[in-house]
Each structure stands twice: as structure tokens, then as C-alpha cells.
Write a protein that binds this ligand. Structure first.
Ligand SMILES: [Zn+2]
Length: 78
């Protein structure tokens, strides 16, 4: 069995797995990951995939009471 996201395994895909990423909009990039966004399955590149994964991880970690779920982590209060 070949690797899922590189090498011979993706050569059989249309355009060898290349296309336009649905998130960052890069063209001619390998879009090997599928993601459900707004109920739609879109193909994204590995960078966006990793990005989403990291975000999910962070969310999971701070799964505390999400009171101020603002984006800016204002920790350095003097
Ligand atoms: Zn992307």
C-alpha cells in the first residue's frame, strides 16, 4: 500500500492530486485533505489541514468555561 498523501498514491488522482485549496486559495497545490466546512466537503492543502488541526487542538485544550472566547490571549496583565 502506498502512502496516502504523496508519491505513487496520488499520481492516479486527477491532476495528480493538485488543485486549488478551498481555504488559502493557492492554485496548483496538492489538495489531499477533505474537510467539512459549512456542510460542504472541500479539498484543502496540507498547510490548511495542519492549521485546522492545530486550532482544533488548541480549542480542545482550553475546553474550559469559554467565557471570553476572544481571539487575543491577553495574559500579560501587569
Ligand atoms: Zn490551503
Amino acid at each position: 500500500m502506498s502512502k496516502n498523501h504523496r508519491g505513487a498514491g496520488i499520481r492516479t488522482l486527477p491532476a495528480k492530486g493538485r488543485g486549488t485549496c478551498a481555504i488559502c486559495g493557492k492554485t496548483d497545490i496538492k489538495v489531499l485533505y477533505e474537510k467539512d466546512i459549512d456542510g460542504k466537503t472541500v479539498k484543502i492543502c496540507k498547510f490548511c489541514n495542519a492549521n485546522l488541526k492545530n486550532k482544533a487542538k488548541v480549542e480542545a485544550r482550553k475546553a474550559k468555561p469559554a467565557e471570553e472566547s476572544a481571539e487575543a490571549p491577553a495574559e500579560s496583565a501587569e
